[in-house]
Each structure stands twice: as C-alpha cells, then as structure tokens.
Ligand binder design. Structure first.
Ligand code: HSE
Length: 472
C-alpha cells in the first residue's frame, strides 16, 4: 500500500500495476481514477472488446440496443472504444463506427481510454496473454472463457489479486443464467453442500432429441450441428470436457480452492445408445449429462457423466439446449437456476451484467463490491473418485442359460453390491440377452472391480454398459 493525497481519500491502495484508485466522497455522481498519472472525472466507461465472433457481435448489438437502458438504470454510459479481431472484413450484422475494429489486440488492452476489457477470443493462447496484460495494468477483465479459467484459473486469479483488478466470468457457466452471481453474492453466507448441473446445451439437446424423436446419437448430433447448437468439431461438448470446465469453475467458486481439471472424473455421451434411454424410461428415469459436485466430510467430490435422474425430479424436465443448476446451501436449502446456457444473446446478457459490475466497481471507488474469486480454503481437498458412494444402472449382455443371474449376483455380492431391481425382456432361449440391473448404493471402487470380474466371465457377451444414478 502507498499513501495517496488526492481528493481527501478514505482509503488508498496502490497495486503492483500503474493503477491507483482513490476512494473519495468529494464529488457526487462523478468518479475519479488516477491511471498512469492522469485524473479523470466522468461517468463514461471505456470498453475494449477482444474477439468479434458470435458472442462478441452479440455484445456489440446488445450495447447498441440496451446502452440507454443500462444508463438509465445505473447512471453509467458504456462506450465501446475499440474492438480487436483477426477478421476485419466479415459482416457480423452490426454497424460499427469507422476505425473501431483493429487487428491489434494488445493495442486495445493498452489503450488509455479503455477502462475494462472483455475477452471473447476463447482458447488458452492469445486470450491468456491478453488477460494477463490487462490485469497487470489493473484493468478489470470480463470473460466467457471457461477453458482458460478451468485450466489456468489459479494463476489468473492470483494475478488479479496482486494487481487489485477483478476477473468477471458470469458468461463462462450457464450462458445467460446469473449463476456465478448467485453463488458469489446471493449465497455468500451459505456453505454449499451440493451442486448438480445440466451445463452443456449440446449434450442436453442430443439426449432430448434421442428420447423424444427416437433417433440415433449420430442423427441427433448432425441435427444439432445443422441447427447451430453443436460445433463442427463437437469433441469438447460430447466428450464432457466443456461440462468439466464449468464444473471446475463452480466447484472452485463454491469451495474456495482451485479444483484442478484432473480431479474431475469425466465421461461423455459420444456414441450413446438409444436403447439405454428407453430402458431408463421403462424404469422411471431420464438420462441427462450431469455435473455432480458434493462436499462430504470436508472433501469435494466432482464428476461429470451421463446420469439417470428420477423422472419426478425437476432436473429431468430440463430439455433441449436449456441448462439448469440445482444448488443446495445450508441456509437456503435447494435453489434452481434455469435458462439458456449458450447462444449469442443470452451469453451477451451475462457479459454485459459483468461489464456493469466492473464499471460500478470503478465508479464507486471500490476494488471489489461483490465477493471475488479468492482462494481462501487452503486446506481444500478432493475426494478420490473411488471413494464415491453411487448407485448404478448396468446393462449386461448375458447368455440366456441357467445359472447366469446367480453368477452375476455372486460377483456383485462379493464386492458388497446389492441388487435393487432386475429387468430382462423375453427373448429366444440360447441367445444373448440384455439384462438391466439397478443397484443399491456401493463404493465406486467396488463397482470398478466387480465390473472387471463380470466382463471376464464367459457368460458375458459384451462389455457391460453402466451409468450412475442420482437420487438427490
Ligand atoms: N458448447 C456449450 C454448450 C456452450 O453446448 O452448452 C458454450 O459453453
């Protein structure tokens, strides 16, 4: 900290960058920041945008359409000062003042008339360098970049702390849903016990179409791509990585320590077989791609996988591209957030809510009004996935002959796993037959060992398909 003599300050802080903010009550409705030795009195906030793709153009459009509304609500005029993108030609359907768009992203960050930076480039290369640069200058950063936060969040948030800047990331999880804000502010007094999230619109769309239209995984994926919901290269979504990135952000925020990506047990929906959707329905469950985050005896369990959800649970009614997150806090109890988890306008809505927050921090002379992402739980621990207690849906492929169930039951029993229900539809004797087993709770490790033994039996015709069940 250093002393500051401007404007009768009540508190003066000097960051490691060249930003000094001097809170003062001297002037109503105006704000004063000394940046690089310059003192400014104004309520205009200069915005720099990095990335002019789908979301970036949505942000520009929304600023144009809703700038007056934001000003009437907050007294802040958000002025888009510069935009950087490698493509300077493409028509994005929004009109820009001449000279606004540049190829030089660093110049946007460095520009003295840019007070805050929106990073919508994506990826962990240039986006990270530019974010580091902005934070080092003490400029707040607003980002939708879940991969960057999940993989380098620890470094980014520490840098932000060091430079007394703030990182806002509402758009990184749940698209337009004010989810980060709910966790950060609305639930600040709660110990978070559990979070269940349908966090990937592409997976949810695919599973919904497979169930409702009885189509294959490949056809549902193609339709999602045609409709613009799925990427041409869909691996991040269908292999569960996107959901895992989001789960890491939620878990880190909820529990106050950096939860690394490698802590997440991830299974995707690539090649999902429609027969399991149909069996699950017969048994009263719907299958959803779910992030499960739980605190158990001081340890955080985090996993992402297709999951059977009881049909009467509210999350089973979340269809198509919609996302929903159920948060259980010790004071608030259960709380559900629901909305569009992707798309240009919903995501732009989240980005602009952060821009307003960052701007209000600047104009109200505080470093952080809302609780920031601060690593405070230094003793935070991850629970080994093998220690999770889970229930399973198993689809065994068995020879239809005497004694087969006995052998399966014996292996499960030896591993302490009890059968809750069994389903076998009548087929011609002697053929291989799918047998569905729903188990009671058991340890994940016990299931792994039991399945290895079962799949090695000569009465088993194919690798057993298994999905976890959540009873909430
Ligand atoms: N690809 C994501 C989804 C949206 O399908 O939900 C961006 O996070």
């Amino acid at each position: 900290m250093s002393t500051c003599f401007l404007l009768k300050p009540t508190l003066c802080l000097k960051g490691k960058g060249n930003v000094i903010r001097c809170p003062s009550n001297a002037v109503d409705k105006q704000w004063k920041t000394m940046r690089g030795g310059r003192v400014m009195n104004r309520k205009e906030i200069g915005v720099g945008l990095l990335g002019f793709g789908t979301i970036g153009s949505g942000v520009v459009k929304s600023l144009q359409d809703h700038g007056d509304l934001i000003e009437s609500r907050t007294g802040l005029r958000l002025v888009l000062r510069r935009i950087a993108d490698i493509d300077g030609e493409r028509d994005r359907g929004v009109r820009l003042a001449p000279g606004l768009l540049t190829h030089d992203a660093a110049s946007v960050v460095n520009s003295p008339d840019v007070d805050l930076v929106i990073e919508l480039i994506g990826g962990v290369g240039a986006a990270k360098d530019l974010m580091v640069q902005a934070l080092s200058l003490g400029k707040p950063v607003i980002t939708a970049n879940k991969a960057l936060l999940a993989e380098h969040g620890e470094e980014i948030f520490r840098l932000a702390e060091d430079h007394q800047a703030n990182v806002f990331f509402e758009a990184s999880v749940g698209g337009g849903i004010p989810l980060i804000r709910s966790l950060r502010e609305g639930l600040v007094s709660n110990r978070i016990q559990r979070i269940y999230g349908i966090l990937n619109g592409t997976c949810n769309y695919i599973l919904t179409r497979m169930e409702q239209d009885r189509i294959s995984f490949d056809k549902a994926l193609k339709d999602a791509q045609k409709a613009g919901f799925a990427e041409v290269e869909p691996a991040l979504d269908i292999d569960g990585i996107d959901t895992a990135h989001k789960a890491v952000i939620l878990a880190s925020l909820a529990y106050g320590f950096h939860v690394p990506m490698k802590a997440v047990a991830v299974e995707g929906i690539r090649g999902f077989n429609a027969i399991d959707i149909s069996y699950a329905l017969d048994l009263g469950y719907r299958i959803k791609m779910l992030a499960v985050i739980k605190e158990i005896n001081g340890e955080v369990e985090i996993r992402v996988h297709p999951t059977l959800i009881p049909m009467n649970h509210i999350l089973s009614s979340v269809h198509g591209i919609f996302n929903a997150v159920l948060i259980e806090g010790d004071s608030v109890g259960d709380m559900l957030c629901y909305g569009q988890g992707a798309g240009r306008d919903p995501t732009a809505s989240a980005v602009l809510s952060d821009v307003v927050d960052a701007a209000r921090d600047l104009t109200s002379h505080v470093l952080r009004r809302a609780p920031g992402f601060i690593l405070h739980n230094h003793a935070g621990r991850i629970r080994e996935i093998g220690a999770s207690k889970v229930r399973y849906y198993l689809r065994l492929t068995l020879l239809d002959k005497p004694g087969v169930f006995g052998q399966i039951g014996a292996v499960l029993g030896r591993h302490g796993i009890s059968i809750a229900s069994l389903l076998q539809k009548e087929v011609q004797a002697g053929k291989q037959v799918p047998v569905i087993v729903i188990t009671h709770l058991g340890h994940e490790q016990a299931f792994r060992e039991a399945m290895e033994e079962i799949d090695a039996l000569n009465i088993v015709g194919a690798k057993t398909v298994r999905f976890r069940i959540e009873d909430f």
